[in-house]
Unconditional design. Structure first.
Lengths: 341, 358
C-alpha cells in the first residue's frame, strides 16, 4: 500500500506547513546575522541598511532548506502522529507501523484508519507555531530592528557611532585615583590619615603635623607654615613632608625663625609639663608644638608669654651688664611680640 | 488465525453480554465493562465496595451470562486452604482396601466468587495464588490443571476492617483489575427498588459459552499495538516507581512501591479488548489512560505523606497520567482529578513554595 496515497489529501498541506515552519525558523539565524552585520556597521559608521538586509536574506535562504531537510520534512510516522491528533485515536500510527502486515486484523485496521482519515478535512489542520519559535523570532527581530535603527541613525550623523559611544562610556567609567601622602621627619607624627587614595580632583582629608616632646614644627616641605592642612582638588600623586626641629637646650634661640616663631624655653616647658602632665599631647591646642599653659593659641595666634618674659629678662641682663642699647632688629622683635600680646 | 467472522462474532457477543447483564444489574456500567474486559482478557477481578451495592449479584450474573460453572466461596477467618483447593480423603474400594482419593474443592470451577476475600487468613488467601496465576492447583505434591476459562472474581468491603486480613501484595498483583463499586445514583436506586419489588430472581440468559469466550480472547489478542502506544503504556507503569528512570514527580512524592511488570501486561491485554469492544482495531492512548485506574490502583504502596494528606490511589494514578501526557506531548485527553485532597495538597505545595519552605 502506498503511504503517499493514504495521506494524499493532507500531504500538500503538511508540506506547506513544513516549509512555513522552516522559513520561520530560518529567519531566526537570518535576523541574528542581520543584527550582527548592523552592529558591525554601526561601529564603522557605514550605511548598513542594504547590507544588513542582504545578510538577513542570505542566511535565511541558506537556513530554511536546512531546517526543512533536518527537522520539518514530512515523514510518514510524523504525519501519522500529527493526523492522529485530530481525533483518529492512533489509527494512522498503527497503520503506518503495520503497513506490511497481511493479517486480517491489520487489513481491517488499515481500512478503518483510511475511512476515519477520509472524515478529516485538511483545513482542520492548524499550523502549530510553538512558543519557542515565537520567542526566538520575537527576540531576534527586536534586536535586529534596534541595531538597524542605530546603524541608520549613526550613518546619518544623528547619533554617534558605536565606537565613539563606547570610548566615551569607558572614559566616564574610568575612575582615576591619586595618592596623597603626608610624611614626617624625626620629631613628630601625622595626626589623621597619612596615606590617602582619593579620586582625581577631589579633596584630601585634613591632617595635622604634631611635634613630639622636645621638638617643634617648623613647616611643611612645600613651604606651608601651618601644621594643619587640608589639600583640595588634588590632581596628581603628592607627598608632603612635615619638618620638625629640636628645641634649643640653652635657650639661645634667636635664629632666623625667631622673628615670627620664638623658640620655647625648655626649662619653662619642663615646668609646665610637670604642672600639667595630663595635657601633654592629648590637648587639641598642641597642634604645631608641645602644649604648655603659656603657649596657647589664642584667636589663631600663638601666645608665647613665657618666651617673651624670657627674652625681656635676657635683654635686661645684657643691657645692665654691657650698658648697650637695642639694635633695630631687636627692637622690631620686641615691638612685634608686644603688639601680639 | 483470526478471521473476519471472529471479529464479527466478538462484536455481536459483546453486545449480547452487556444486554443480558443489564437485565440483572442496574447501572454500574463502568464496573460491568471492567469486569467483562478482564474476563475476556483472562484476568482476575477484585471488586471493592460497601455491602449491598450489587457485587455478588454482578458476579453471579457474569457466571450466568457466560454460561460457565460457578462456585462461591464465602471467606471467613476459619476457612482453611483445603476448603478451597480440596484434599485427599481415604476411600475404601469393594475389596476393603483403603486408598487416598482427591476430593476437588470449590476452586475446581470456571468462575470463582471469592466473597469477602479479606476475611480469610493469609494462609487461606494464598491458597488461591497458584490457581490465579498458573491456573493449576497442587495438593499433596500433585498438580492439577484447572479448566479454562478460569477466573477469580473476589469481593471485599473497604470499611469494616476489624477481623480482616488485608491481601498481600503478591495476591493483589494477581488481580488484573481492582474495580471500585460505587453506590448507585438516585435514578438507578429507584430502578433497582422497582425491579426487585417484582422479583429478586436473576433473569439474565447465557450470551456466550466458555469456548466462545476463549475465541473472543484470541480475537482481541490479535490486535496490533503501535510501538508509540506500547511505549507510552510501559512508561506509565514505570512512572509509578519512585526510583525508575521515568519516575513521575507524583510517584516520587506519594508512592513507596510501584506497579509490577504484570501491570504492563494487564494494561495491554485489557486495552486490546477495550479497543475491539469500541469497534477499533488498534489501541489508543485514551484506552491506556482509562484502564490505568483499575490496573494500577491496587498495585502501588503509598507513602505516609499520601496517607496523611488523604490522597487516594486513584488521585495518584490520575496525576501520573496527566504528568505523562504533558511529558510525552501525546494527544490524549487529560484526566480530571476531582479529589479535594489533591486540591488541598496542591494549594499547600504552592504555599510552601511561595514561602520557600519546600
Amino acid at each position: 500500500m502506498n503511504r503517499k496515497q493514504n495521506f494524499e489529501k493532507h500531504y500538500s498541506r503538511l508540506r506547506l506547513e513544513a516549509w512555513l515552519l522552516s522559513i520561520l525558523w530560518g529567519l531566526v539565524p537570518g535576523l541574528g546575522c542581520g543584527a550582527l552585520t548592523a552592529l558591525v556597521l554601526w561601529f564603522t559608521k557605514l550605511d548598513g541598511l542594504l547590507l544588513s538586509l542582504i545578510a538577513t536574506a542570505a542566511v535565511t535562504l541558506i537556513a530554511t532548506p536546512v531546517y526543512y531537510a533536518a527537522r520539518f520534512r514530512p515523514d510518514a510516522v510524523k504525519n501519522a502522529r500529527r493526523l492522529d491528533r485530530l481525533g483518529l485515536e492512533e489509527r494512522l500510527v498503527t497503520m503506518v507501523e503495520f503497513e506490511k502486515d497481511d493479517s486480517v486484523m491489520a487489513r481491517l485496521q488499515r481500512e478503518d484508519a483510511k475511512a476515519q482519515l477520509e472524515k478529516i478535512k485538511p483545513s482542520s489542520m492548524k499550523m502549530r507555531i510553538t512558543r519557542s519559535l515565537t520567542l526566538h523570532l520575537l527576540i531576534t527581530a527586536i534586536v535586529y530592528a534596534l541595531l538597524l535603527t542605530l546603524t541608520i541613525l549613526s550613518a546619518s550623523g544623528i547619533i554617534p557611532g558605536g565606537d565613539e559611544l563606547i570610548e566615551n562610556a569607558v572614559e566616564e567609567a574610568q575612575e582615576v585615583y591619586v595618592s596623597v601622602t603626608y610624611e614626617v621627619e624625626d620629631g613628630g607624627y601625622i595626626e589623621g590619615e597619612a596615606d590617602q587614595l582619593i579620586l582625581l580632583g577631589t579633596d584630601a582629608e585634613p591632617v595635622v603635623a604634631v611635634a613630639e616632646e622636645g621638638y617643634v614644627f617648623v613647616e611643611w616641605e612645600d613651604g606651608r607654615s601651618r601644621p594643619d592642612r587640608a589639600d583640595t582638588k588634588v590632581t596628581e600623586d603628592v607627598v608632603y613632608i612635615a619638618i620638625f626641629e629640636p628645641i634649643a637646650e640653652d635657650g639661645d634661640g634667636d635664629d632666623g625663625d625667631s622673628s615670627d616663631k620664638p623658640m620655647d624655653n625648655p626649662q619653662e616647658n619642663e615646668n609646665a609639663n610637670q604642672s600639667n602632665p595630663d595635657q601633654e599631647s592629648d590637648s587639641p591646642s598642641s597642634a604645631g608644638g608641645k602644649y604648655e599653659e603659656a603657649n596657647q593659641i589664642i584667636d589663631g595666634e600663638t601666645y608665647y608669654r613665657e618666651v617673651l618674659e624670657m627674652y625681656k629678662e635676657l635683654l635686661r641682663q645684657r643691657l645692665e651688664a654691657e650698658g648697650d642699647t637695642l639694635t633695630e632688629e631687636e627692637r622690631a622683635i620686641i615691638e612685634a611680640y608686644l603688639g601680639i600680646v | 488465525m483470526v478471521n473476519e467472522q471472529n471479529i464479527q462474532q466478538f462484536s455481536e457477543q459483546c453486545g449480547k453480554i452487556f444486554e443480558q447483564i443489564h437485565r440483572d444489574v442496574i447501572g454500574q456500567r463502568e464496573v460491568i465493562e471492567g469486569a467483562v474486559i478482564a474476563m475476556i482478557a483472562g484476568g482476575n477481578v477484585l471488586l471493592e465496595g460497601v455491602p449491598g451495592v450489587g457485587k455478588t449479584r454482578l458476579v453471579r450474573s457474569l457466571g450466568r451470562v457466560f454460561d460457565l460453572p460457578f462456585s462461591r466461596i464465602q471467606f471467613t477467618p476459619d476457612l482453611m486452604p483445603a476448603d478451597v483447593t480440596g484434599t485427599n480423603i481415604i476411600v475404601k474400594d469393594d475389596d476393603g482396601n483403603s486408598s487416598f482419593q482427591f476430593q476437588p474443592g470449590p476452586i475446581f470451577s470456571n468462575i470463582i466468587l471469592a466473597d469477602e476475600i479479606n476475611r480469610a487468613t493469609p494462609k487461606t488467601q494464598s491458597a488461591l495464588l497458584e490457581a490465579m496465576q498458573e491456573h493449576t492447583v497442587t495438593v499433596m505434591g500433585v498438580s492439577r490443571k484447572l479448566e479454562e476459562p478460569f477466573f477469580v472474581l473476589a469481593t471485599q468491603n473497604p470499611v469494616e476492617q476489624d477481623g480482616t486480613y488485608p491481601l498481600p501484595e503478591a495476591q493483589m498483583d494477581r488481580f488484573m483489575f481492582k474495580i471500585i463499586v460505587k453506590n448507585p445514583s438516585l435514578d438507578e436506586l429507584m430502578e433497582i427498588v422497582s425491579m426487585t419489588q417484582k422479583t429478586m430472581a436473576e433473569v439474565a440468559d447465557a450470551a456466550c459459552n466458555g469456548e466462545q469466550l476463549l475465541e473472543m480472547r484470541k480475537t482481541a489478542n490479535a490486535i496490533e499495538v503501535a510501538t508509540d502506544v506500547m511505549r507510552y503504556a510501559m512508561m506509565l507503569c514505570s512512572a509509578t516507581h519512585p526510583d525508575s528512570e521515568c519516575a513521575s514527580e507524583t510517584a516520587k512524592k506519594y508512592v513507596r512501591l510501584g506497579a509490577s511488570p504484570r501491570a504492563g501486561q494487564a494494561l495491554i491485554s485489557a486495552a486490546k479488548v477495550k479497543a475491539l469492544m469500541n469497534g477499533r482495531f488498534n489501541v489508543s492512548y485514551n484506552d491506556i489512560n482509562e484502564l490505568a485506574f483499575p490496573v494500577l490502583r491496587h498495585r502501588m504502596k503509598l507513602t505516609f505523606e499520601a496517607v496523611a494528606e488523604r490522597i487516594s490511589a486513584d488521585d495518584i494514578v490520575g496525576m501520573i497520567v496527566n504528568e505523562m501526557i504533558d511529558r510525552t506531548g501525546i494527544s490524549a485527553e487529560k484526566i480530571k482529578i476531582a479529589s479535594e485532597a489533591v486540591k488541598e495538597a496542591e494549594a499547600e505545595d504552592k504555599k510552601r513554595g511561595k514561602h520557600g519552605r519546600k
